[in-house]
Design a protein around this ligand. Structure first.
Ligand code: M6R
Length: 579
């Protein structure tokens, strides 16, 4: 994963890089670092620290670093431990080039062997990039040829931002990991995504694989490693997609849960108006293709389980598979529609499933939150869930908006669904139930194992709530089909074991599974309009959204009770750009 940023212009680079790193922190927060230089002087100042961006500012007077060109990195460790010497930037021992990298260079050891005169100082795969480029430039190779040579020799994925300390040029190149260039007034930015620099400019060029850019004060020069100079289109991105604040909330996660009523309303409006034609085209694709497959990861995968459920109600056979296993289980051909679902639109496993399907002639559609993302760019038609920027690593409002998009599609395809006033109902679900959820979190804070059971449309909800319970309060949780309990898991139910039962209808089949748990002394907590303590509207089709939201709130408040780092859970990152 990792977030990378670069800046060249007339302002203090350290301040801009620091701001960019804060905005990119959701991509990784194991360590952080930056390099600042200036065309007018020799050398580069490098500062690195283990931990979050705040560690860097606590250890060093970053803003005092002098220079108008800078690069920065926030790391999610893949190769090499979490330590200061493995933190980026990495510099060639000739000191000519400093780099920051997102991705994995698979054959880094092989490349390093060819650089025998170079001394390496980290255990990362990334360091080899700095030495490779430094060696090429020292030998008189042009920057263009050095980047081309790297593209020929490197295997794996990379988005690299680098600075040549001799010429003062900032440059970036990519293959398989995202990289975007921001065009300001006489200043230029480059980063993993628009959040890196969205507060400075919304005019963006998205690089494609094997594109590279060289930036100096005269502006960007775009090239392709095989095709030479290329013209790139400038896209103006929506400002609301790059906003970042926590407002009056203690955590982004809580703010994002509370944003759901507005986000759902905004989405409904757009699906009925600005995105209406795309919805129609999507439905045509659903009906034209023999086989409909979803693919996604994590929370987005749970949303696709609901997508399968809703489409089946519209008479459309569909299946879904977690994207990292897609190639092991799925067969696709020219009559297949692949629907990739992703908040970030950058998830590597999902992009791999797309590439695999494209090679076999499948049509690609997608549902994403991030406009202009790689997954959207690979799609014939792509619906945007309009949730606005989600900062907390735990996905919440984007799950709800994805599910509503899928429900809307199923209804457009013929399902006689009941959506109701979902936005206002969501508002009352949050307002009416949060105090009870807080009490429940206090009661359950010392529990280490929890179970969530559902059937039909609530099975995906059980999986999603269990994921949040793991991710935010670090509680071992299982989400499962109620009917499966008796086939094994019931053996784990003891006196007082918390079991959340998702009961959307009064005589739902799950009620008998609830009795099985109660008979073994389990502590059954109903999430239902009919049973238990919660106040939930009787909207059959929107129940999964309300129930999941109670699970989000519970995970959040349990996280607080247990003192967890809610927005940045250990070992995770929001955008997962590695396999
Ligand atoms: O950006 P995507 O929707 O493709 O991300 C997929 C998963 O990495 C993501 O949903 C993850 O599971 C969340 N952190 C869960 O809260």
């Amino acid at each position: 994963m990792c977030g990378i940023i670069g800046y060249i212009g007339g302002r203090n680079a350290s301040q801009i890089v620091l701001g960019g790193l804060e905005n990119l922190e959701y991509r990784g927060y194991d360590s952080v670092g930056m390099a600042v230089t200036d065309p007018a002087r020799d050398g580069t100042d490098i500062r690195r620290a283990v931990g979050e961006v705040s560690e860097l500012t606590e250890e060093y007077d970053i803003i005092a670093l002098d220079g108008t060109t800078g690069i920065g990195h926030t790391r999610w460790a893949t190769h090499g431990s979490v330590s200061e010497h493995n933190a980026h930037p990495h510099t060639c021992c000739t000191e000519r080039v400093s780099i920051v990298h997102n991705g994995i260079i698979k054959n880094y050891e092989e490349i390093a062997e060819r650089l025998e005169s170079h001394e390496f100082s980290s255990e990362t795969d990334s360091e080899v990039i700095a030495h490779f480029l430094g060696e090429q430039l020292r030998n008189g190779t042009s920057l263009h040829d050095a980047i081309q040579q790297f593209a020929v020799q490197a295997e794996g994925t990379y988005a690299v931002v680098a600075v040549d300390t001799e010429t003062g040029e900032l440059f970036g190149f990519k293959h398989g990991s995202p990289l975007a260039v921001g065009i300001g007034d006489d200043e230029y930015f480059i980063g993993s995504d628009v959040h890196a620099f969205g507060e400075h400019t919304q005019d963006v060029v998205f690089l494609e694989d094997n594109d590279y850019v060289i930036l100096d004060l005269d502006g960007p020069a775009f090239h392709h490693t095989e095709d030479g100079p290329v013209e790139k289109e400038i896209t103006t991105v929506d400002e609301s997609a790059v906003g970042n604040g926590k407002g009056d909330y203690d955590h982004h996660m809580l703010k994002e849960i509370h944003e759901q009523p507005d986000a759902l309303y905004r989405l409904q409006e757009s699906l009925n108006r600005s995105q209406h034609e795309k919805v129609e085209r999507f439905v045509e694709l659903l009906q034209e293709n023999n086989k409909v497959l979803f693919t996604a990861a994590g929370t987005s995968y749970h949303a696709t389980l609901l997508g399968v459920y809703y489409l089946q109600k519209a008479g459309i056979e569909a299946q879904t598979l977690i994207s990292s296993e897609f190639q092991n289980y799925e067969r696709v051909d020219e009559d297949t529609l692949l629907i990739a679902v992703s908040q970030s639109g950058e998830t590597r496993d999902t992009l791999d499933a797309i590439e695999y399907s494209q090679e076999r002639g499948a049509e690609i559609a997608s549902i994403v939150n991030m406009p202009h993302s790689a997954i959207q760019r690979e799609s014939t038609v792509s619906l945007e869930i309009q949730a606005g920027k989600e900062v907390a690593v735990a996905a919440t409002k984007t799950f709800s908006n994805t599910v509503l998009t899928l429900l809307h599609l199923a209804v457009a395809a013929g399902y006689d669904g009941q959506i109701g006033n979902i936005s206002e109902h969501m508002r009352s679900v949050i307002q009416e139930n949060e105090p009870r959820i807080q009490e429940l979190a206090a009661e359950l804070a010392d529990e280490d194992d929890m179970y969530v059971i559902g059937r039909g449309s609530t099975y995906p909800v059980s999986r999603e709530i269990a994921l949040k319970l793991k991710e935010v309060p670090y509680i071992h949780a299982e989400g499962m089909m109620g009917g499966e309990l008796k086939h094994g898991t019931l053996a784990l139910i003891e006196d007082g074991t918390p079991v959340f039962a998702l009961v959307p209808e009064e005589d739902d089949e799950i009620v008998s599974n609830v009795h099985e748990v109660e008979a073994r002394g389990g502590n059954v907590i109903h999430i239902s309009p009919y049973y238990g303590d919660f106040d939930i509207p009787e909207d059959r089709d929107a129940f999964p959204l309300y129930a999941t939201t109670l699970g989000f709130l519970l995970s959040y408040h349990l996280g607080r009770e247990r003192g967890c780092p809610i927005d940045k859970p250990r070992n995770l990152a929001k955008t997962v750009t590695v396999r």
